[in-house]
Design a protein around this ligand. Structure first.
Ligand SMILES: C[S@@+](CC[C@H](N)C(=O)[O-])C[C@H]1O[C@@H](n2cnc3c(N)ncnc32)[C@H](O)[C@@H]1O
Length: 405
């Protein structure tokens, strides 16, 4: 998303003492659980993974679920222990609408950290390197799915992958609510409700890519060997590859190779991939995809214990047309809509240029309903995907209005 001991753990006790609910400013948050379908996505685009596994976690708590403890232990055993003095996983309130707040899992500072100091440091060897950068997420998704299936089915795995299961267990599960905000999982009607032929077309193209990749690289393998790509005793399906592709688009970082090289690789980096997005985040990602490399989030400002450690996805240049496809949420920052509106109106210096004809098709499509009609529809809508679609087009219409003055 960018260019550039089970049981008690010594640091976990520190977490509990150091970071109290009030430091997290969560104690006063009322969390109202709504009907599942209504709970995750709304006008501002919302949702986040972790919510589905939070049974042992209360609002504002550091994540001390069994899976999280295994994960902290995994970090400790693999040379990333120092991180646990500085950060942990925590839950942050995310307001969806006037009476609904969900808890979004993310990274939380456990102590004050000075500007310029590392917040997170993960050795490159802990990252899952999924190969060279390209626009097609289905290739790294296939590599990831193979490893994930091997872990799930308890198959023999290479020594380097042995404890990766403790990381895999922290990922949003197959078809959990977390991925449902991404257009990849939208119904046909929700895709139309976006009023964006551009996003619909790209989504359909990606679905085709998943189908082709599945038929070419996975189905044939499952026919040749009953050990590969096993999911609950059966061959993994196209839907599993679909989910794996979303894991790639929503969590992978593109990281430059050694200084003398010109390539970049796609990496799943445990812990760093648990940082949420904030467009205002001042923190800096550094490091290289090379043996001995250290992948870091460095503090861009002084950090206080209890602060969320967010990073800015997409290098700060991507708008909500990408966010709703790749991450499955809408960035509520006006800038995230303005970036797309500028593209449609031919203003600014967007790298992703559109032809005049493409701009016209998008603008006409948005004229099918008025903002007021959209707001009424949103008020009566409970489906995750349709709410996300309405949120997108409402945000776009506001942004276009503002730009036109
Ligand atoms: C790289 S992961 C970040 C960590 C994730 N929350 C977790 O618990 O592992 C990206 C996913 O987190 C969620 N997310 C991140 N930032 C968000 C935000 N500002 N608002 C809503 N959801 C967000 C989305 O589900 C997104 O696809």
């Amino acid at each position: 998303f960018l260019s550039s001991e089970i049981g008690r753990h010594p640091h976990l006790d520190a977490y509990a003492n150091l970071v109290t609910s009030s430091q997290l400013n969560l104690a006063k948050t009322k969390t109202k659980k709504k009907n599942k379908k209504q709970s995750k996505t709304g006008g501002g685009g919302l949702k986040g993974f972790g919510g589905s596994k939070s049974s042992s976690v209360t609002a504002g708590a550091i994540d001390r679920s069994k899976s999280a403890l295994n994960f902290y232990n995994y970090l400790s055993k693999n040379g990333a222990e120092s991180n646990l003095e500085r950060v942990g996983l925590g839950y942050f309130p995310l307001k969806i609408d006037d009476d609904t707040t969900i808890q979004l899992r993310g990274v939380i500072a456990l102590k004050d950290i000075s500007k310029g100091d590392p917040i997170i440091e993960i050795p490159y060897r802990m990252a899952l390197d999924l190969g060279r950068e390209s626009a097609d997420p289905t290739l790294p998704a296939t590599a990831f799915l193979q490893k994930y299936c091997a872990w799930r089915s308890g198959a023999d795995v290479p020594p380097g992958d042995r404890d990766r299961g403790d990381y895999f267990d922290m990922l949003p599960p197959f078809l959990s609510d977390d991925c449902l905000g991404s257009t990849d999982f939208f119904s046909d009607s929700a895709l139309d409700m976006l009023q964006s032929p551009m996003v619909k077309e790209e989504t359909l193209e990606r679905k085709k890519l998943v189908k082709l990749r599945y038929e070419r690289d996975i189905e044939s393998m499952t026919q040749m060997s009953s050990n590969l790509y096993q999911w609950d005793g059966e061959a993994a399906t196209e839907d599993h590859l679909h989910w794996a592709s979303w894991i790639i688009t929503s969590r992978v970082l593109t990281v430059q190779g050694p200084p003398e090289s010109s390539f970049s690789n796609r990496l799943l980096i445990p812990l760093i991939d648990m940082c949420n997005h904030s467009r205002e985040s001042p923190h800096i990602l550094t490091g290289r995809a090379m043996p001995g490399g250290l992948l870091k989030v460095v503090a861009g400002v002084d950090v206080k214990a209890g602060d969320a450690i967010d990073i800015c996805y997409g290098g700060g240049v991507e708008g909500n047309d990408r966010f709703i496809q790749d991450y499955g949420f809408l960035d509520s920052s006006p800038e995230a809509y303005k970036i797309v509106a500028k593209k449609l109106l031919g203003k600014g210096r967007s790298i992703a240029k559109m032809t005049a004809a493409e701009q016209e098709v998008e603008l006409q499509s948005l004229k099918a309903t008025t903002l007021e009609e959209d707001e009424t529809l949103l008020g009566n809508c409970s489906e995750i995907d349709e709410r996300a679609a309405l949120g997108y087009r409402i945000g776009m219409k506001h942004a276009i209005r503002r730009l036109r003055g």
